[in-house]
Design a protein around this ligand. Structure first.
Ligand code: C2E
Ligand code: MG
Ligand code: MG
Ligand code: MG
Length: 292
C-alpha cells in the first residue's frame, strides 16, 4: 500500500545518503594520505594563441589516481579537500609542481612558458595566500609573469573584500588573474566589475554547438567585444570540434582551449619546439614529473 511504498522510498533515499557519506569519508581519508606522500599529479592542457601555433600557455589540472579508489575527478575531490581543510596543502602541491614544470620547460625552450593554476575560493580568501604564492615563485625560480591564477566567479561571491585583497597583492607581485567559467554564475558582470582581472575564460557551455546556434554565436561575439572594451583578454574554453573552432576563428577569438586543440596530458606529452611548446608527437620527454 501507499504507506509501505512511502517507507521503501524513504529507505532507498537513506541508502543513497549513506553511500554518499561513505564515499565522502573514504575520499577524505585517502586524499589526506595521498597529500602526505605527495602523490597527487598534474596534467597540462595547452591554450593556443591565434596566429602563433608554436606558442602555448598551459593550464595545470590536478589528477589523482588512488590505489583503492581508482581515478577520482577533481570535481569530486576538490570540494572534499575544501571542506576537510586540505585545500591549502593540495593547492600548494599543485602550484609547486606546476611552477617547477614550467621552469624546466622555460629552460629547455628559452621562452617564459606561462601556466594557469586554479585557485579555490577558500584559498583566495586566505590572508596568507599571496605571500605563499610569492614564496613558491621564489623557490621554483619562476617569474611572477609566468603565473596566471584562475578564480571561478561564483567562488568570489559573498564578501569580496578578502578576495580583493589577495588579488591586489598578487597583481602587485606581477601575477595575473583570470576569471574562470565566466558566464555561468549569478553575478558574472558584477564580478567582472569588482575584481581586477586580466582575462576571462568563457565557459564551454557557450561554445557547445555554437556552429548551429545563432544566439550562442551572438552571445560569444558580444562577450568578445566586452573583453575588448574592458581591456580584458578573452579565452574560450571547451572547444571540441573543428566546426566550433571555425566559428571562433571567424569571430576573431585569440585564445582557445579544448579537446580540439588537445586534451590535458602529462608533462611528458608536451614536447619542445624551437619557439616554445608544440603539440608535435613527443620526440623526447622533457623533465620527468619527479616532484609529484
Ligand atoms: P576548469 O578550471 O574549468 O578546467 C577545465 C576543465 O574542463 C577540466 O576538467 C578539463 O579537463 C575540461 N576540459 C578541457 N577541454 C574540454 C573540452 O573540450 N570539453 C570538455 N567537455 N571538457 C574539457 P577537469 O580536469 O576534470 O577539472 C574540473 C575542474 O576541477 C576544473 O575546471 C577546476 O575548476 C577544478 N580543478 C582542477 N584542478 C584543480 C586544482 O589544482 N585546484 C583547484 N582549486 N581546482 C582544480
Ligand atoms: Mg580553470
Ligand atoms: Mg577552475
Ligand atoms: Mg573553466
Amino acid at each position: 500500500d501507499a504507506k509501505q511504498q512511502g517507507r521503501s522510498r524513504w529507505s532507498e533515499y537513506t541508502d543513497v545518503l549513506e553511500r554518499q557519506h561513505a564515499r565522502r569519508v573514504a575520499i577524505e581519508e585517502r586524499l589526506r594520505l595521498t597529500l602526505q606522500s605527495g602523490g597527487l599529479t598534474v596534467e597540462y592542457q595547452p591554450i593556443e594563441r591565434q596566429g602563433q601555433p608554436g606558442w602555448l600557455d598551459v593550464e595545470a589540472l590536478a589528477r589523482w589516481e588512488d590505489a583503492e579508489l581508482g581515478c577520482v575527478s577533481p570535481t569530486e575531490f576538490i570540494p572534499v579537500a575544501e571542506e576537510a581543510g586540505l585545500m591549502t596543502l593540495l593547492g600548494e602541491q599543485v602550484l609547486r609542481a606546476a611552477l617547477t614544470q614550467v621552469h624546466d620547460w622555460s629552460q629547455v625552450t628559452g621562452h617564459p612558458v606561462r601556466v594557469h593554476v586554479n585557485v579555490s575560493g577558500g584559498e583566495m580568501k586566505n590572508p596568507d595566500f599571496a605571500r605563499r604564492v610569492s614564496r613558491i615563485l621564489r623557490e621554483t625560480g619562476c617569474e611572477p609573469a609566468q603565473l596566471i591564477t584562475e578564480l571561478t566567479e561564483s567562488e568570489a561571491v559573498g564578501d569580496v573584500q578578502p578576495v580583493l585583497r589577495q588579488l591586489n597583492a598578487l597583481q602587485a607581485l606581477g601575477v595575473r588573474i583570470a576569471l574562470d567559467d565566466f558566464g555561468t554564475g549569478h553575478s558574472s558582470l558584477s564580478m567582472l566589475e569588482q575584481l581586477p582581472v586580466d582575462s576571462v575564460k568563457i565557459d564551454r557551455s557557450f561554445v557547445q554547438n555554437v556552429d548551429a546556434t545563432p544566439r550562442r554565436r551572438s552571445l560569444l561575439s558580444a562577450m568578445l567585444r566586452m573583453g575588448e572594451e574592458l581591456g580584458v583578454q578573452v579565452i574560450v574554453e571547451g572547444v571540441e570540434t573543428a566546426v566550433e573552432r571555425q566559428v571562433l576563428d571567424t569571430l576573431g577569438v585569440q585564445f582557445v582551449q579544448g579537446y580540439q586543440v588537445s586534451r590535458p596530458v602529462p608533462a611528458t606529452g608536451l614536447s619542445a619546439g624551437p619557439h616554445g611548446l608544440t603539440l608535435a608527437p613527443v620526440a623526447r620527454p622533457l623533465a620527468r614529473n619527479s616532484r609529484n
